[in-house]
Write a protein that binds this ligand. Sequence first.
Ligand code: SF4
Length: 340
Amino acid sequence: MNKTPTLVAARTALPPEGAVASPGGLSAQPAVILLAEPRGFCAGVDRAIEIVERALQKFGRPIYVRHEIVHNTYVVNDLKAKGAIFIEALDDVPAGATLVFSAHGVSRAIQVEAQVRGFQIFDATCPLVSKVHVEVAKLHKEGYEFIMIGHKGHPEVEGTMGQLDDGSIHLVEDVADVARIAPRQTVKLALVTQTTLSVDDAADISAAVVARFPSVQSPKQQDICYATQNRQDAVKIMSPQVDIMIVVGSPTSSNSNRLAELARKLGVESYMVDNAAELQTAWFEGKSQVGLTAGASAPEILVQQVIDRIRAMGAVSVRKMDGIEETIKFPLPKGLKLDA
Ligand code: SF4
């Protein structure tokens, strides 16, 4: 791998894209930013944001949103400025208000409480999360108990576990947890996962579940979503070619954290940043190839600001990697059609 020149060179003026930099009169190879493909917004995030924006346009401010609509500071602040109010407890929503459930989904108890209180509800739960809820409800009627692979306290996990109220979903966060769980029976057991896990970690935990409970039923299609899988695959392809990986994403974003973690596991120094201001010049010393990606909830504007900042440190070209083109689009719920 070419390690020269470093990004933090003594340059003040930015060379044009693709140009060869010559700091101090020395000839040098350009330092490159490799841009992951795909990166950033997925179909579920696009849909969730559009639901809030349309609700604001159609019904006016304020629109109440239970939990951060997606785990991204920029997105949440932008919607706050437009009139969204983010709450956790339904007690904080006034009678007659319009309420949006976040992309992570909610428990049955919250769904019922919101209906009883008579709010106008729009459900921005990602359809891929809803699919897991439907599967859990269906198999539960057939007498199944569940082993869920996920992160304790994550709203998606709380929403999925909250589809049942009889303690028949057992959460495992790692391989060690698999030995600790105590289902009431082992004949009818099914496996479900959070949609935004590390594909490799989930495979290891699934293998441990199958080893302990050989009759466990796995999902027909894995629950980890296409967007999580594709962004992790892109990091795997890119990692051998870079000296450092920057992941744009907020600290609460599960899939963004998994991208930074994956690059580290592959031996690449990796940092997750919420915005360009968090980049530290020292990270780039001695680095010539910078990998850049973004979690599924991070908007492209932040990626572009990070590119601008890294260019200001000396990067002279940006190369987009080849990758899967995502064309999935999810329909909006009824009642959000805007007047012409
Ligand atoms: S990351 Fe996956 S599950 Fe989450 S909103 Fe996007 S598509 Fe849906």
